[in-house]
Design a protein around this ligand. Sequence first.
Ligand code: NAD
Length: 483
Amino acid sequence: MYDNLIAGVPTDLWIGGEWKKASDGSRFDVIDPATEAVITNVASGTVEDAKAAVEAAAAAGAEWAARKPRERGEILRRAFELFTAQSERFAKLITLENGKAMPDSRGEVAYAAEFFRWFAEEGVRNLGQLYNAPSSGARIMVQHRPAGVACLVTPWNYPAAMATRKIAPALAAGCTVVLKPASETPLTMLALMPLLAEAGVPAGVVNVVPSRRSGAVVSAMLHDMRVRVVSFTGSTEVGVKLLREAADNVVRPAMELGGNAPFLVFEDADIDAAVEGAMIAKMRNQGEACTAANRFYVHEAVHDAFAAKLTEKMAALKMGNGLDESVALGPLVNADTRDKVQELVDDAVAKGARVTVGGTRPDGKGFFYPATVLTHISDDAKLLREEIFGPVAALKTFKTEDEAIRAANATEYGLAAYLYTKDLSRGLRVSEKLDFGMIGLNRGLMSDPAAPFGGMKQSGLGREGAHEGLMEFLETQYVSVNW
Ligand code: NAD
């Protein structure tokens, strides 16, 4: 049933430029979230395999680091071109293993490929400094060099983009990497490896070790002194665990963790534009995005109009198998995620929320959850504090700007926030008071390879994309020069 769709997709471990079976021969199934059928199975890396991958990355390190930045950039540029040329094949593969609708998958491939192009260009701008020491008479020379082997760990919600957002800057900086993709979605990155090889990435520079034993495999990497960076995207819970482990060998962490984005609609907002933005901020990727709007705070004067228009748009979305071109809302990734969404909706409803559309999971195969809008959310509803990670918009009203800011900031997360107002000075004033790393001001989408992506508070450490993303993989060295 899946043979055509996965034709040519490798299913083993990619170590040192070769496809390898797991050292103990074990494999795990990859499931289609739309049908619950097994798509294929993939080698499940062991601790020995993780060590072999670090060995391969370390062995390839010196030669890769010594390449001229322009040469590395040209290889990344070819990777962008090869990946883009196969965008339709990759979009289908993403939909197959993650479930998202094809327009979302196409958007992800374009975004993911763009990191190769951006860092092909940014990698040549690894600038240092030279200046006079104020009193000693020495010259201070500052330069940046590759940090070493990087351990990359990525989630299932963006199987391509979360990985290329790490691989591209690491390679541009001159680092070599071992990637552990999410067990739900290992196929996309395995399929990318032959393209990277064709683009000219030497054997051992990028290694991929999918595994069912994530904890043991990642831990083995973090306890190898040659691994100098751990770049993780995923839940705050696992991120905190990896931070603790990284401390043992003082491995530099870059952490992109959970979110709980507020979406503020002021009384002077363009309501149609706010609803458009809300649909993107909430429904992109079925709501399975760390930047997904989780809590809508709508001024009481415009709440009912906003709720009615949002409900109408949500009700019009067709739910179904993401490979069907007429579908806008695919299934969630697995049963646990779907059940968690239902639990949060049930909790809110038990505490007084009203359902204007959706609210009940359908029967039958596939991890589907309908587009849902809830109003009259009580302050103790769990979904105000926890990531919903599903297609559920929760609306509350506010009266004053201060009240909206206080409510928005009342979370331990600080990744993304959105606000809609026609008054630009209010927009900027409120933005500065929001404790979030990224703000969408009259925009429902802020992800851009040219912008520093990342969070404050428990949403993470470090930034991806922009120039900052390159710096995560560079060490600073200073030479005191007797001129
Ligand atoms: P997760 O934390 O469960 O898993 C992320 C990765 O870590 C996967 O590869 C997983 O296999 C691995 N992992 C799981 N347990 C591990 C362990 N004990 N040791 C080492 N590795 C382990 O997250 P998820 O469910 O895949 O993704 C959803 C989460 O990711 C959400 O919280 C979301 O907000 C977050 N996310 C954040 C960003 C961001 O940029 N800030 C982007 C996408 C997703």
